[in-house]
Write a protein that binds this ligand. Structure first.
Ligand code: T1G
Length: 690
């Protein structure tokens, strides 16, 4: 373990280095070490300047999130920062890696900041449902002005070193490999040139022009209303920056503290802090140590150039991995490659990509109609129709074509990987890699482990996920795996309630108000009723709408009619069809208030998640939450179905499900595992299958 704090002297400059792996988080030991070192430097007659720097991978990456929710031990972060800012010696922060949150706030309490070109700095607290609680909302506007501070702090996005230099957050850039030497030389020169010991808190030049200017804040609120909907932190951040402009520093920093504590105590922040750690757990598989060997993936093969195959291909192209893309006909291949190019070009139009990057990515595709061309692929991903016989035929051929050690993966969204594996001569090399549509955008990747899937395949997939910027969640074989399985019950209940006479518009409104971007019927219309109703083997509302050539948004409307601006109004025709189907099925009509609608929609999701845990399909309750957040945009400030269920109370959910079971039948029978957790007080979000 490295020395937590070292204190050295060079050319009259004290160099204070903190080294606390993994990211120099500002936990109690670190804060105490910084205070001790600064008090020593203050008394040290041989130094007239201080360089504060960190060892390891990064400058302080923020407060220690593991301390949140526990009593904070002195010196608090604010007390540490006061010691730095009050230092009688000129102070320089020397930055590498990512100076984030409290790390950024620490740098802003030094007189000057120097960084290497690869460094980044930012205030990402909003991602934790918080705000910078140690002066970040007060000092950053004093360096960059109000508009940039509003953007930076409510987005949580760090800026790179050149931008930070332009904005005045960094005062100087060091040589990439000489941060320490350059920082000492810089501090020495500042003192020799009698540079002022600037305290950022005393700077007014960048905020004075905004005094009394309420429009800048109100316009910012209006512009971001949709993005901030449901979140508490952004509004509190805006209030802090307003206070920075209008109030004296000591009053406005007190206001920041008040608004910070309000968030720290909120369920939303607890949920977002939980998600921060939960998404870092999903790659950890209890019986697959992270030093398990991995296979080298230099060339990938994708079978199927349709929507999924094309999207999957883009993930590898964007990561610089060559892809042999196989389709049955030249025409299908050309269409698939054309869609890939079109998708990239829309990223160029949105300013997310350059045309050069597009050409580079497109250069990695090797389109072919020959399955044999996959003979040199290290990983082959099948993305063809969801029909078991087609998949088994393909995997049978792959067993003969693929080189030894090649990974054979199916993108199936629910079929049995073990049955597919049995059609090859190498079941140990077979797994599921289930991408979510659009595959080049949605972050979730379900890694499906078959009975015979070897452990090095699992670790290879975990490492590969990071490379293609996906969040991996491990699933065992089971219909629908994790995300689709638990979220499908929500759609079923929505359809059932509509037949019982509850308005689809009310159902969509309740789900929208809960925090989803749209409700189930709006989603059915968006995805397309021909797709939604594809597997129906009975008369349904969706099949009847399709029969009348109403496919949803893409053609003639669906549950809703859409005007030229795509404004939706509930379709009277759809309501007639719902009544017609309900009458034919003899469905009893009910009325339900918003609370019952929400419970009918989401408690069965919780119940299904409990079954997924009980059947050992998912390792953790938190993995189910990450799967729903990353695969279905479950509102992150709700934490996911498991975390949310814990906040509602499992006993309340079990009692309500039992009531629904009496009224509406066995679809609501509480899972015995859920009942056990409710009785024992165990939280679903904390369940781990070892
Ligand atoms: N506290 C505690 N542990 C942390 C941590 C933190 N702030 N940041 C990372 N870790 C752990 C993480 O759990 C993982 O542990 C390991 O470090 C590597 O992380 C008062 C209130 C810095 C960009 O929000 O964004 O300051 O799993 O896998 O991909 O205003 O970590 O290995 O055991 O993510 O290279 C604000 C959060 C806090 C930054 C590195 N700071 N961290 O990414 O590695 S609130 C943040 C990150 C605050 C003040 C407020 C990233 C990273 P393990 P990793 P990475």
């Amino acid at each position: 373990m490295p020395e937590l704090m070292t204190y050295e002297r060079e050319y009259g400059v004290a160099i204070i280095t903190i080294d606390s792996p993994p990211v120099n988080a500002l936990g109690h030991a670190v804060r105490s070490a910084v205070v001790e070192a600064f008090e020593k430097a203050a008394q040290d007659k041989d130094v007239d300047a201080i360089v504060l720097t960190c060892g390891g991978r990064t400058f302080f990456a923020g407060a220690d999130i593991t301390e949140f929710g526990k009593p904070m031990k002195s010196p608090h972060l604010g007390e540490m920062l006061d010691v730095i800012e009050a230092s009688p010696k000129l102070t320089v922060a020397a930055i590498h890696g990512t100076a984030l949150g409290g790390g950024c706030e620490t740098a802003l309490c030094c007189n000057y900041r120097i960084a290497i070109p690869s460094a980044k700095i930012g205030l990402p607290e909003v991602n934790l449902g918080l705000l910078p609680g140690a002066g970040g909302t007060q000092r950053l506007p004093r360096l960059v002005g109000v508009p940039i501070a509003l953007d930076m702090i409510t987005s949580g996005k760090p800026i790179n070193a050149n931008t930070a230099l332009d904005y005045g957050v960094f005062d100087k850039l060091a040589d990439e490999v000489a941060l320490r030497a350059d920082a000492v030389a810089y501090a020495r020169a500042l003192v020799d040139n009698e540079a002022p010991k600037v305290r950022v808190r005393d700077r007014e030049d960048k905020i004075a022009e905004y005094k009394g200017n309420i429009e800048v804040f109100d316009n910012f609120r209006k512009k971001n209303a949709r993005k901030f909907r449901g979140f508490k932190a952004p509004e509190n951040i805006i209030k802090c920056i307003e206070a920075a402009v209008e109030l004296p520093f000591d009053e406005s920093i007190a206001r920041e503290r008040e608004l910070f504590m309000e968030l720290m105590g909120s369920i939303e922040s607890a949920a977002q802090r939980y998600v921060f750690f939960a998404e870092r757990q999903t790659a950890k598989v209890p019986d697959v140590p992270n030093d398990t060997p991995t296979r080298d993936i230099k060339r990938v093969g994708v079978i199927g150039a349709g929507t999924m195959g094309g999207g999957i291909t883009m993930n590898f192209l964007s990561a610089g991995v060559p892809v042999t893309l196989v389709e049955q006909t030249e025409e299908a291949l050309d269409r698939g490659v054309g869609v890939i190019r079109k998708n990239y070009e829309s990223s160029v139009r949105k300013g997310r990509m350059s045309m050069d990057a597009v050409e580079t990515a497109m250069g990695f595709i090797n389109p072919t109609t020959e399955l044999e061309a996959l003979g040199d692929a290290d990983l082959i991903i099948e993305a063809v129709f969801e029909q078991m016989d087609i998949k088994k035929e393909i995997f049978g051929k792959l067993g003969k074509i693929a080189k030894d050690g090649a990974i054979l993966a199916s993108n199936t969204s629910y079929l049995d990987i073990d049955e597919i594996a049995a059609s090859t001569n190498r079941p140990q090399d077979v797994m599921g890699l289930h991408f979510f549509s659009p595959a080049n955008i949605m972050p979730l990747l379900e890694i499906v482990r078959g009975e015979n899937t070897s452990k090095d395949l699992i670790n290879t997939a975990m490492v590969l996920s990071k490379k293609i910027r996906k969040t991996p969640v491990l699933s065992r074989v089971g219909h629908g795996f994790i995300a689709n399985r638990v979220m499908t019950v929500r759609g079923k209940q929505a359809n059932m309630m509509a037949l019982q006479g509850v308005s689809p518009a009310d159902i969509d409104r309740v789900i929208f108000d809960y925090g989803f971007a749209m409700g189930p019927f709006q989603m059915f219309d968006l995805v397309g009723l021909d797709v939604i109703g594809r597997d129906a083997n009975e008369k349904t509302v969706a099949s009847e709408l399709v029969a009348r050539d109403r496919l949803g948004q893409k053609k003639n409307g669906g549950y809703y009619d859409y005007d030229e601006n795509r404004k939706a109004t509930l379709s009277p025709l759809a309501m007639d069809i719902i009544k017609e189907v309900a009458d034919e099925k003899g469905v009893d009509q009910i009325s339900a208030d918003d609370d019952e609608i929400l419970a009918r929609l989401l408690y069965p999701v919780v119940n299904e998640g409990a079954k997924v845990l009980d059947e050992n399909i998912a390792i953790r309750g938190s993995d189910i939450d990450i799967a729903c957040i990353k695969g279905y945009n479950w509102p992150v400030y709700r934490g996911g179905p498991m975390f949310w269920a814990d906040t509602v109370g499992l006993d309340k959910i079990v009692a309500t499900l039992s009531d629904f079971e009496k009224r509406f039948g066995e679809a609501f029978t509480p899972s015995p595992f859920l009942e056990k957790c409710a009785a024992s007080g165990e939280r679903l979000s904390q369940v781990v299958n070892e």
